[in-house]
Write a protein that binds this ligand. Structure first.
Ligand code: GCO
Length: 451
C-alpha cells in the first residue's frame, strides 16, 4: 500500500445534516429549514430540526472521532447560523459554536477541514434572489471574511463549496432539493456563473485575510465514467464522457470544474448553451480561476462506458444482478481509480477523496454492536483502487469517509445510513459500527492492513 505518512485519513459531515438547533442562539433560517416544511418533498416528511443534535453534542462526537483515530474532520458551517440574514449582522453565538468545535478538534489532535457552504443557504438571501442575484458572489465573500477572521488563526484547510452541481441542479433545475426551484436553462446558467464567481471571491478572501497559510480547494461532485474494459479505446471513451458537456441540466463536471481549475468554460458547453449564456464580465473567468491547492473528489458510484461508433462513448447497461448498496447505488470501486486519474490529469492538482462510502442497512444487534461487513468491503475495494491510482502517478493526498455518523440524507430523510457511527434518532445514542473500528486500523497502519 503506498499511502505515505503525510496521507490524511478523515471523515466528513455537513451542517444541516447533523447539527439540529435550527432556531437556537440567534441562527437565521436556511432554505433547507423552510424547504423541509413543504409536505411531501422529504421522505417521511423528515427534517433537520433535530438530526444528530450535533450542535449540543459536539464534544461527545469529537471524542468519538478521537476514538476512531481520525486525523482530520471535514465539516461545514451553517451560513445563516453565523450571519442570520446572510449579510450584515454577525451572530457571535453562532460563530462561538464553530470556535468551540475547532478548539475541541485541535485539542484532540484532529485537523479541521472547513467547507464554507454545503447547501444550507440563508433564506433571507434566497428572498433577494439567491444565486440568481448578481450580488450573490459578494454576499458569499462577505460571509467568508467573517468566518476567516474568526477561525483562520487555527483553521488552514478550506473548501469553498460542496458540489455546486448538486445545489444548482437539484435545487434550481429539478426542484428536488432546497430551494425547490425549476428554473429555465438561462437562469440556471446565471446561478451557476454567480456561484462560480462566489467560489473565486471566497478563495481570494481566504488568501487575503487568513492569519495562517491557507490550503484551499473545491469539492465538486466528480461524476466520472469508468471504461468497461481498460483498453485505450474504452479509456478514451470514458474520459470523453467524464468531461463532455451535453446535458442542458448542466450536471456535467467540466462546466463547473474547468472554470475553477482552468479559467474557462468548456467549448462544447459554450456551443450547447450559446443562446442562454449569462453575461460574462471581462474579469469574471480570472476571478473564478483562483489558484487552488487541491481537488476534492466526492465519488460514490460511477457509470460504465465503452467505445461505441467512431469511438463515441456508449453507456454500458447495468449488469443484471449488479452489486447494489441500500440506496441502489452500484458498487463501482474502479471509480476511485479512474475519477482521480481523469481529474488529476486534466486539472493537475493533488486529489483528496472528500467523500466516499455507502448507505447500508445497519442496526444495533442483540450483542449491542453494529456489524456492517458491506461497508468494510466497499471501503476496502475503493481505497485499494485509489491506492492503485496513486501508484500510477496520481498525487493522492487524503481520504474522507462519508460519513462520520448516520445523518439527514436530504430528500431521503433518515432512511439512508452512511455513517461509521450508528445514530438512534429516537435517543440520539451513538454506536461505533464495526466499520468504524476497521477504519481505525486502516488509519493506524496507513493502509497496511489492506494488503
Ligand atoms: C453529496 C453530499 C452529501 C450526501 C452524501 C450521500 O455528495 O450528495 O455531499 O451531503 O449526504 O454524498 O449522498
Amino acid at each position: 500500500m503506498s499511502f505515505n505518512k503525510d496521507f490524511i485519513w478523515g471523515s466528513a459531515t455537513s451542517s444541516y445534516q447533523i447539527e439540529g438547533a435550527p432556531f437556537e442562539d440567534g441562527k437565521g433560517l436556511s432554505v433547507w429549514d423552510t424547504f423541509c416544511e413543504v409536505p411531501g418533498v422529504i421522505k417521511g416528511n423528515h427534517n433537520g430540526n433535530i438530526a444528530c443534535e450535533h450542535y449540543h453534542r459536539y464534544k461527545e462526537d469529537v471524542a468519538l472521532m478521537k476514538e476512531l483515530g481520525l486525523q482530520a474532520y471535514r465539516f461545514s458551517i451553517t451560513w445563516p447560523r453565523v450571519m442570520p440574514d446572510g449579510i450584515g449582522k454577525v451572530n457571535e453565538k453562532g460563530l462561538d459554536f464553530y470556535d468551540r468545535l475547532v478548539d475541541e478538534l485541535l485539542e484532540k489532535g484532529i485537523t479541521p477541514y472547513v467547507t464554507l457552504f454545503h447547501w444550507d443557504y440563508p433564506y433571507e438571501l434566497y428572498k433577494k434572489g439567491g444565486w440568481l442575484n448578481n450580488d450573490s458572489p459578494e454576499w458569499f465573500a462577505e460571509y467568508t471574511k467573517v468566518v476567516v477572521d474568526r477561525l483562520s488563526d487555527r483553521v488552514q484547510y478550506w473548501f469553498t463549496q460542496n458540489e455546486p452541481q448538486c445545489y444548482i441542479n437539484l435545487g434550481h433545475c429539478d426542484g428536488t432539493h432546497a430551494p425547490g426551484l425549476k428554473l429555465g436553462v438561462r437562469d440556471v446558467l446565471q446561478c451557476t456563473h454567480n456561484s462560480l464567481l462566489a467560489h473565486g471571491k471566497s478563495v481570494a478572501t481566504i488568501r487575503e485575510f487568513s492569519k495562517l497559510k491557507s490550503f484551499v480547494g473545491a469539492a465538486p461532485v466528480g461524476i466520472c465514467y469508468i471504461p468497461k474494459t481498460e483498453t485505450p479505446a474504452d479509456i478514451e471513451a470514458a474520459r470523453k464522457a467524464t468531461f463532455a458537456v451535453n446535458d442542458t441540466r448542466i450536471w456535467n463536471s467540466a462546466w463547473f470544474m474547468d472554470p475553477m481549475f482552468l479559467g474557462e468554460y468548456p467549448e462544447d458547453g459554450l456551443k450547447l448553451f450559446e443562446k442562454y449564456l449569462p453575461k460574462i464580465g471581462a474579469n469574471d473567468m480570472k476571478i473564478i480561476n483562483q489558484d487552488l491547492d487541491f481537488f476534492g473528489c466526492n465519488i460514490y458510484s460511477s457509470p460504465y462506458v465503452n467505445s461505441g461508433l467512431n469511438g463515441e462513448p456508449e453507456f454500458t447497461a447495468q449488469k443484471v444482478g449488479a452489486d447494489l448498496t441500500a440506496n441502489k447505488w452500484e458498487l463501482t470501486p474502479r471509480g476511485l481509480y479512474w475519477g482521480p486519474k481523469f481529474f488529476y490529469e486534466r486539472y493537475k492538482k493533488p486529489i483528496i477523496i472528500t467523500e466516499n462510502g455507502l448507505s447500508n442497512v445497519d442496526w444495533v444487534n442483540l450483542d449491542g454492536k453494529v456489524h456492517d461487513p458491506q461497508r468494510i468491503d466497499l471501503m476496502h475495494r475503493y481505497i485499494n483502487e485509489f491506492n492503485r491510482a496513486i501508484k500510477d502517478g496520481v498525487d493522492g493526498r487524503g481520504y474522507f469517509a462519508w460519513s462520520l455518523m448516520d445523518n439527514f440524507e436530504w430528500a431521503e430523510g433518515y432512511n439512508e445510513r452512511f455513517g461509521l457511527i450508528h445514530v438512534d434518532f429516537e435517543t440520539e445514542k451513538r454506536t461505533i459500527k464495526d466499520s468504524g473500528y476497521w477504519f481505525k486500523q486502516v488509519i493506524e497502519t496507513q493502509g497496511k492492513i489492506l494488503e
